[in-house]
Each structure stands twice: as structure tokens, then as C-alpha cells.
Design a protein around this ligand. Sequence first.
Ligand code: COA
Length: 447
Amino acid sequence: MTSVGIDAFEIWTGNLVLDLPNTFAPAQGEDPEKYTKGLGLNASSFPDSYEDIVTMGANAAHRLMERKGLTPEDIGRIDVATESSFDKSKPISTYVAGCLEQVYEGDFHHANKGERKFACIAGTQCLDDAYNWIRAGRSRGRAALVIATDTALYERDDPGEATQGAGAVAMLIDEDPNLVELSAEQGYGSADETDFLKPQQQFPSVDGKRSMQVYLARMREALEDYESVAGASHPDDFAYVPFHTPFPGMVRKAAVLAYRHTIRDTPIEADLAEEIGRQPRREDFDDKAGYDEAIRGYVDDLKATERYQTWYETTIEPTLTISREVGNWYTGSVHLARASALIHAAETDRDLAGSALGVGSYGSGAQAEVHAELVADGWHEEIEAVSDHLDDQLAERYDLTFTEYEAVHDAHNHDKDVETAELTTPSREFVFDGWGRMGERKYRYVE
Ligand code: COA
């Protein structure tokens, strides 16, 4: 059977950066270590006043097409995943295609376009859709363009303001991919939850603590569902485990639970038993509360073991590098975690071809998905091309003062009518260019 997966990708960050420990924390009267140690974040990428989900998505897609030498005729499908959409009818993919048609001779008239919404998991759902479309034999030899783009902004003084971010990841899904092959096996954990939502509003209503609990519960369900089709997982199955990363501290919590789950009844659990005992078993407890307390104690002890810490340092920590510098990109976050892992492998000369990644995606509302990816032979060349440019982009972001941050946050607030001067000068990128006669947002390419 032909393999299908991610052939190539590009990342586009917002052009501004908010330094969390040094600029944001002091202005909020908070300890900088809440960010660096607690949440695990150094900075948030932020969009300048001429940037939005369309410009960032189109810029990432344009760079991807240029690097791969593609023309519109090579693309049979454009799916955009976002939870920051500004149009309830016309999909963001049409705006993106309109941008790209300004710089290419051909057009995307024969490409199927859509927009996927399920909070942060929608980017992974778009990958699934593209995979299914190609495997169903409907692609006519063309590739799919999947774009995860978000401005993850919160109301001022909402606790979520600590975890903001803005950027896009554009991925090319094709047969015989250069980067990773997607597995046919998937596991889902999905339930009607009220942890994060935007009913008719721009900024989210968030129950942050609840969203963390829901993330863990749905992820566990998804892992169990995945194991029901792929067989029991073992921590050594995966070279890296990229999780959805709203902030690295969330992944710290998810990783230890996943590790506990996957070592149960394995020699690892037996080895660790001498140090911290066996895992509590439900049948040994009269009530759930007693069992839950015992599990919490076991997890605390497990986290402190050298064995767990070595696994975490090798398998999880490298997935968090980009997230620490850009914050939450919602639909793009799990794809940044994959990118971080592969960049780490290239930098440390790991021979990754043929190794597996265990990918844990999550979207509030809520749904988790677990699937495996097999690293393809061309991964190294591909990741080097991405990483050179990413380093430059991150370094070139304009460092916001707190006053500038307040102004540019207001510029992105749809309830406020403010004009804010651009802080950066766009160059060779798409920019927002004002409003059209039907209230549509317009865009132009700046040389
Ligand atoms: N030094 C070290 N750690 C510190 C610290 C300090 N000075 N101050 C706080 N911390 C730690 C806290 O102990 C906590 O870690 P823990 O959860 O392991 O206990 C972490 O930093 C965050 O601090 P907290 O006081 O809980 O932050 P908060 O009340 O501002 O809320 C979120 C944090 C994540 C709930 C909030 O940012 C949010 O709502 N985010 C959006 C929703 C989201 O991302 N949900 C995730 C699932 S998708």
C-alpha cells in the first residue's frame, strides 16, 4: 500500500514577540518564574497590526510552495484549520488561495477548499482528511495543502493571556512523503465538554484549570482507544512523543500520565517497584477516592525517578523547544512539537529514519487523538531547510515593550476601533490591506 503523510512543511511566526518573564510578568506584578518554570514559556509570538490568520497562513504556504517548486496545479485541496476565523461563511482557505493567486500565474479553481473547526485539534483533523482523500484515490496525483493558522489571543487580564501566541504551519500531504508517514491506526477520546469556547465572540471564555483536567482525561481515552487497534504501547516504541502544547507545563503533566499508563505490567514497572512500589490497582481499593490518592502519590514518586527523567529528557523535552519561544499557536501547536523534535534529532545527529513518533493532539470542547507516524528517509534534508529559516524568523521578531503590547492587542480586538502604527516593515510577505465593499478583508503582497 502506498504510504501517505507529511512531505514538507513551513512555519511562519507573527512578527512581534512579547518577552514573558522580563516584560509581561513585571507589568502584571507576577514572578517571572511562573512563566519560565511554572508554564515553561519564555515568549509569545504576536501579530503586528497588518498580520492575521490569512497573512500568516498564506506566507507559510507561499514559502512552502516556493521551496518545493510547486505551482497551483500541483495542489488538489486546501484545508485551513483555525479557531480564530473572522468569517462564518467564507472559509479562510479561499482568502489564502486568493493571496497565493496574486503571486502565481495559475489558479486554485480546481482545488477543493474548506475550513476545519474543533479547537486546537483541527489541524490534525485536516491531516486525517487529506490522508483519507489520497488513500481513497481521489487526489489525481495532486497533493493537499493543510494550513494550521491562529492568533491565540485572550481578553486582557484573563489568565490565558499568559499563554498567547500567533503563527501558522503549512504542511504538504502527499504520497511517498519525505518527512513522516501517517499511520492508519488512530485512537480518539471525545466528549461534550465546556472548558474553552467562543460563542459569538472573538476572545475565548476559558475555564483554564478545567481545560487542563479535560486535556488529560481525553488524552487517556484516546491512548486506550489507540491501543485497542494498534496493540499495547511501550515507552520505547517512540523516538519522540509530540503532544499538543498550549504551554510546556501542560505537557509535563500529560507525559508522566502517559508513561505510567504505558509501563503498567512491563519490566519497567517491575524494575521501578524496588524504588517506588508497583502502581496502585483499582481492585485493591474499596473506594475511588482512595485509589485516586494512591495514584497521585505513585505519579509523584515516578516523576522523581531517574528512569522517568531520562525518558522525559530524551522523548518529551526536545518537543517543547519552539513552544517555549512562541507560546500557544492553537491548531499549529502539535505540529510545532513535531518540528521541535525533528530539529533536535538533526542537531544531535540522531539517525531517525524508520523510527516512530507518538503524536497526541487535543482540542478543547473536547477531543484528543493519538496516532503514530513513521519518520521517512528524506526527513533530515527537509528539517534542515525548515530549521535554518525558523531560527532567522524567531530572531528577527520585534521585541515589544508593554505599552506597545497593549496597543497592538487593542488593534487586534474586534470590539475596538483603533488604528495602530505598524511596528515592523513587511518585506516579501502578504499583508492585510483594508476592507472591501462587502466587509471582506483584503490582502496584498509586499515585495
Ligand atoms: N515559580 C515556579 N512555578 C510557579 C510560580 C513560580 N513563581 N508561580 C506559579 N507557578 C506554577 C504553578 O504552580 C502552576 O504549576 P502547576 O500547575 O504545576 O501547579 C503554573 O506555574 C501556572 O501557575 P497558575 O497560578 O496555575 O497560573 P494561572 O492561574 O495563571 O493559570 C492556566 C494557568 C494555564 C490555567 C492559564 O494560563 C489558562 O487559562 N490558559 C489557557 C487555557 C489553556 O491553555 N489550557 C490548557 C489545556 S488546552
